[in-house]
Design a protein around this ligand. Structure first.
Ligand code: 5GP
Length: 293
């Protein structure tokens, strides 16, 4: 026996119809934006909007300038995406294949840029990262570390907190883009999410120490290496020792490390001086935009 459709009150029916109209509008609007290249197909895939997540991939592809029905079907077949697949059902590998197919068809929307940010302790890197977390143009990489969580730090948000065995397994499985030892603990950048977010057109930011930045340079010459410098050495000294909570030995160690870190600045593609966070973020954004091809 087929179940009867739910009985709706007139108000519920009106609300359902209004929701359906809004969803139809959202779909029509996004197709329009795709046609005018205002957004890329990867922006849509990346959107959290339910109406867009429910759209068929084929429908979106057909709206991409230069694609059309026949090409859309061919691209989907080569990317092994079923003709009825909806956006929400796309897997990472399919997204990556879609990116490859669009590139070959010369309708490749912009890929994101990998930005590596380093600098001495106390220079304000974590404030910059925190600000950029709310910027839809960026995705901030989440590192793995063997150090213990600090108060307030959350698993999978600030870091993945791994024990030594798990960290060793990640190294053995070549699952890190880079990893390094710092202050007695190990830190590494998981490789897999990076490609995914770059494919989706996001700029990916790694906030890592200098040895890791060198490794990224070696494996990915296209990455942009940015060094964040303090306005002056004196100012950094104040920031590093000003809190007064560290012992004199600990303060001396922090300063010595900062000196070593400052000496690496010339290895980076760009040196940005952190006078103020707002303008510095704008500089980072324009760097990424100018490197996008
Ligand atoms: P903290 O323990 O204070 O969060 O970080 C210590 C240092 O480790 C910082 O300089 C930070 O940039 C660096 N770091 C964080 N994640 C990574 C990573 O994935 N790889 C490398 N090489 N350094 C990292």
């Amino acid at each position: 026996m087929t179940p009867l459709p739910p009985k709706l009150s007139p108000e519920e029916r009106a609300a359902a119809m209004a929701a359906a109209t809004a969803a139809r509008r959202a779909r029509a609007l996004i197709k329009e934006k795709l046609r005018s290249s205002e957004v890329s197909i990867f922006d849509v895939i990346n959107s959290a909007e339910t109406a867009l997540q429910k759209m068929r991939v084929r429908e979106l592809l057909e709206s991409v300038p230069g694609v059309g029905k026949l090409r859309a079907a061919a691209i989907m077949e080569r990317a092994k995406i079923s003709p009825t697949r909806r956006v929400a059902g796309l897997g990472r590998i399919q997204i990556s294949q879609l990116r490859g197919e669009l590139a070959m068809s010369k309708v490749d929307p912009k890929r994101g840029i990998l930005i590596v940010m380093s600098g001495p302790g106390g220079v304000g890197k974590s404030t910059i990262t925190r600000e950029l977390r709310n910027d839809p143009r960026f995705w901030i990489s989440i590192s793995a570390t063997t150090r213990d969580p600090r108060p307030g730090e959350r698993e999978g948000v600030d870091y993945y907190f791994y024990n030594d065995t798990k960290f060793d397994q990640m190294i053995a499985g070549s699952q890190f883009l880079e990893w390094a030892e710092f202050a007695g603990s190990r830190y590494g950048t998981p490789k897999e999410p990076i490609e995914h977010w770059l494919d989706l057109g996001k700029n990916v930011l790694l906030e890592i120490e200098i040895e890791g930045a060198r490794q990224v340079r070696a494996v990915d010459p296209q990455a942009i290496l940015v060094f964040i410098a303090p306005p002056s050495w004196e100012e950094l000294k104040v920031r590093l020792t000003g809190r007064g909570t560290d012992s004199p030995d600990r303060q001396a160690a922090r300063l010595a490390l900062a000196q070593i870190e400052m000496a690496a600045a010339s290895e980076f593609d760009h040196i940005l001086v952190n006078h103020e966070v707002g303008p510095l973020i704008e500089e980072l954004v324009s760097l990424a935009t100018s490197h996008q091809v």
